[in-house]
Design a binder for this molecule. Structure first.
Ligand code: NAD
Ligand code: GLY
Length: 370
């Protein structure tokens, strides 16, 4: 029997529900109908997801009497660019999509970010629904309203805050996700435990292997808990003027690695975040802020589930500490030349710091990478 739970992202007039459960795609018509002004949607998806799950969504919409058109884009990060963005907007207008109509993003973070950004500007803003199909998208990118595209200057540099009207996280679709993608998404799950929820981290220590080996019950709980943590943080700081930045735990290091390796299949975003979180704990320990016990415990859990915690774990080329530190200085969250680091006092105790000397970071990285 299918099970679902509902969370709310408490953002006043922009508040919305996140439904987490099994077989939600089959029920999508009845779940979506209450937030439609008229029974008409445009689905945006990618070729891989379309081959696996689009038919189920279309059948469900048919059953509910909701008209639909689909735009199917190539899979992969390269689709999140100006070219596809322009093409998507024109195709949505070709369909005659009006301001009161709805865009449905069916896919991973690439589709959610691109379709959400298109929704934010089309006819000066139309509503959209997120139906995330990767673990990363279910626990992170579909919630919180960050939308955007990449440019030649870097990732996610053009975009908008545009909250969805509804998120349907159907954990059944994770069954078709390649294991490496599932694991990469799991890094963002662990992140919630490590940054502010020690109890959840302890649950993951007992059940994390169930999540990554496909247990429906464990996956439902992990998605629900992650979304609850993210919903709370976003409701308190929608535009990231404060604590929302804690969600970047591991990301400054991870992003520097992604730039160094060159965005692509050799290092997935979630893998970079896992290595980056280990570095954030390691740097915090080196600064005397976090116990070695907690740093080792965080690293041990990630290793146990199969996540990389060092560039060598993925057979990446040797990384140079000075080069990585230089990439961090280019981070888009740099203010007045100082990088904002997410550091930790322990598991579940992250905080923001702009007091770390670049030389200290470089020395720590050199000790880890040499
Ligand atoms: P993705 O969208 O590229 O999906 C990964 C791959 O999995 C793709 O090839 C896709 O076709 C395939 N796929 C998706 N669902 C599937 C399924 N159920 N079965 C089989 N294959 C499936 O990548 P992602 O990891 O979901 O998202 C990464 C993107 O998310 C990045 O662009 C990143 O910047 C963005 N992101 C955004 C936020 C935010 O807050 N907006 C947060 C984190 C990441
Ligand atoms: N993924 C970080 C955020 O949503 O703020």
């Amino acid at each position: 029997m299918s099970r679902s739970d509902v969370l709310n992202v408490a953002l006043g007039e922009r508040a919305y529900d996140i439904v987490v459960g099994d077989d939600l795609l089959q029920r999508a018509g009845e779940l979506i109908a209450p937030v439609l002004a008229r029974p008409r949607v445009a689905i945006v998806t990618d070729e891989t997801v379309a081959g696996l799950h689009l038919g189920t969504l279309q059948d469900a919409l048919d059953q509910a009497g909701i008209r639909h058109d689909a735009i199917i884009l190539p899979p992969g990060e390269q689709t999140k660019d100006f070219g596809h963005f322009q093409d998507l907007l024109n195709r949505l207008l070709d369909f005659g999509l009006e301001r009161r109509d709805m865009i449905v993003a069916l896919g991973g973070g690439v589709i959610g970010d691109l379709a959400g950004f298109a929704a934010s500007v089309l006819r000066r803003g139309v509503d959209f629904i997120q139906i995330p199909t990767t673990l990363l998208a279910q626990v992170d990118s579909s919630v919180g309203g960050k939308t955007g595209i990449d440019t030649r200057h870097g990732k996610n540099l053009v975009g908008a805050f545009h909250q969805p009207r509804l998120v349907l996280a159907d954990t059944s679709v994770l069954a078709t996700l390649p294991r490496r993608e599932l694991l990469a998404g799991y890094a963002e799950v662990v992140k919630y435990g490590l940054l502010g929820d020690r109890g959840f981290f302890e649950w993951l220590e007992s059940h994390g292997t169930d999540v990554v080996s496909g247990s429906a019950q464990a996956q439902r709980h992990a998605v629900l808990k992650s979304c609850a943590d993210k919903a709370r943080i976003v409701a308190a700081d929608e535009k990231e003027t404060g604590d929302r930045a804690l969600l970047n735990l591991g990301h400054t290091f991870g992003h520097a690695l992604e730039i160094s390796v060159g965005f692509g299949a050799s290092l997935l975003h979630g893998e970079a975040v896992a290595i980056g979180m280990r570095m954030a704990f390691g740097l915090s320990q080196a600064l005397g802020l976090c116990s070695g016990q907690d740093a080792e415990r965080a690293e041990r859990h990630m290793r146990t589930v199969g996540l990389p915690v060092h560039p060598d774990d993925l057979g990446l080329p040797r990384q140079d500490a000075a080069v990585l530190a230089a990439h961090m200085a280019q981070d888009k969250k740099v203010q007045d030349g100082r990088v904002t680091f997410v550091l930790v006092h322990g598991i579940g105790e992250a905080f923001l710091s702009r007091d770390v000397e670049p030389k200290t970071v470089e020395d720590y990285l050199a000790s880890l990478l040499d």
